[in-house]
Design a protein around this ligand. Structure first.
Ligand code: ADP
Ligand code: NI
Length: 205
């Protein structure tokens, strides 16, 4: 099977599973991560085909999105093997790469593929789309946007920026990823400044 035929099968597999997500982890997140992983891989001279596959499937075993991560990974491995005819060794590389992508799990990538996919996922959590995704996720978890109550502020989506999103640019693995992150980070800083400015508008007027 040709690479682009395999990628089309994988795209369809992911579309079926993430098409209806409204938590910021929809099919288009998977597509952006896949395409960014391909781009970073080419720039960094790492296998773009395996990176793109790992990008497509990186959230398959996320415990936020599935009740049984082990089963989801087993189903993915079976699909990659029987439907896409990908070799066992390559499937091992893909599964290992996606196991280390998550920021929450605090794992470091053990392979170049993992490093690329982690960067692609992190780049999608910052910038304009990162902002939109954070509020979509916050809404799905009933978080306040922001609050002047200390306890509510702690669980607000604005708090998530200082907890996580503003640190991502310094936690990227690849030189190409770091370069792309610069503008996206600046845009988030501008957004936060404008947000606070509008929030406190009436205390100034
Ligand atoms: P990872 O799995 O890499 O740790 P997550 O799946 O937790 O990443 O985050 C994915 C997306 O969900 C990101 O866009 C992130 O900003 C958003 N997100 C995660 N936790 C929160 C939160 N507490 N508030 C708002 N957005 C969040
Ligand atoms: Ni993701």
């Amino acid at each position: 099977m040709k690479n682009n035929q395999i990628l089309a099968l994988i795209e369809n597999y992911i579309y079926q599973r993430f098409n209806t997500d409204t938590t910021g982890h929809d099919y288009y997140h998977m597509r952006r991560v896949a395409k960014m992983a391909n781009y970073l891989a080419i720039q960094e001279q790492i296998d773009p085909f395996l990176c793109e596959i790992a990008g497509w499937v990186h959230d398959i075993g996320d415990d936020k999105l599935t009740t049984n991560p082990k089963l989801a990974i087993a189903d993915l491995s079976d699909f990659l093997s029987t439907k896409c005819l990908i070799h066992k060794e390559q499937i091992k590389l893909i599964v290992e790469a996606i196991d280390t992508v998550s920021f929450r799990k605090g794992k470091s990538p053990t392979t170049d593929i993992g490093a690329v996919v982690q960067d692609a996922d992190r780049l999608d959590a910052i910038g304009a789309i990162g902002i939109a995704r954070a509020f979509a996720y916050g809404g799905s978890e009933n978080q306040p946007l922001f609050s002047e109550d200390k306890q509510l502020q702690q669980i607000s989506t604005i708090q998530h920026f200082s907890d996580k999103l503003l640190h991502l640019k310094d936690r990227l693995n690849t030189a190409t990823g770091k370069k792309i992150a610069i503008d996206r980070h600046l845009y988030m800083e501008q957004f936060l400044e404008t947000f606070k400015c509008e929030w406190y508008f009436n205390s100034r007027h």
